[in-house]
Design a protein around this ligand. Sequence first.
Ligand SMILES: [Zn+2]
Length: 302
Amino acid sequence: MRVKFRFLFFVAVAILCAGFAAQAQELGPGFTKIKDGIYVFAPDATTTTCSFVVTQEGVVMIDSCNSPLDSRKMFAAIKKVTDKPILFLIDTETHSDHTANHFIFSPPATIINHAGAGEAMKKEFNPKRTETLAAKSPEMRAALEGFRMITPQIEYKDKMTINLGERTFELIYLKNVHSEADTVIWLPKERVLFAGSAANVRTFINLRPSVVISDVLASYKLMKSLNPEVVVSGHGPVSTTKIFDEYEGFYTLLLKRVGDMAAQGKSLTEIKKELKMPEYADWHGQDRLGANIDVAYKSVKK
Ligand SMILES: [Zn+2]
């Protein structure tokens, strides 16, 4: 009798566990449940990710998703998981593929990013973006309903901590690594790091002229020192700190090659024509190698 009881208990636990796993599946393709109450939406290998974390007090989102269609899926997924309100939406950067869809979540969500984020968003704003997108499909037009640019209501300086219910969110500013205001979000208890776009998953990043590679490399060191178990980058599927090692290898090799060629007296134009990175031939975004060489050249010429 006792054995039977124990068996029934295990069956019940197994059914419960299967139920939890199925729940993430239910949210649709691209949704992953990485820990209890922590979900990531990575539509494919390169598209902007967006995530949400459920706390006892409410929901915290990270980034507002790439297309408004993705944001509507995200909104529906959150409603499926919890009836708690979305309290905060933290941006990991200023670019529109992370920030343009704030209007779908705010209000009630309060948007947060580092000082300078709102200014940068206004400067980068493309007034034609909405019309161009809407022309793509009737679904897209419907998803854009109510569009307006919303800049962060809260801008912090260097560091910020949010204690919400049972969870702690540490916001850390990274300088010169991707956009005008880059924030990573660290959940120390859960050991989950939302790492922004200083490293993505096997993709040449569209490096802006303001990026400084030595600061990028320092940011990898800092993020690795947190010792995260799960790393969610700004684009592509959920990963680990191995993405920092991969990009460290990539930028170190790029700097060496650009440095050697510059030392031989080659011009930037010549370097861009001749330099290849065959070791990274399987990475996405090969057409961005030129932008990477521009930034690397600036740093070796300093
Ligand atoms: Zn970006």
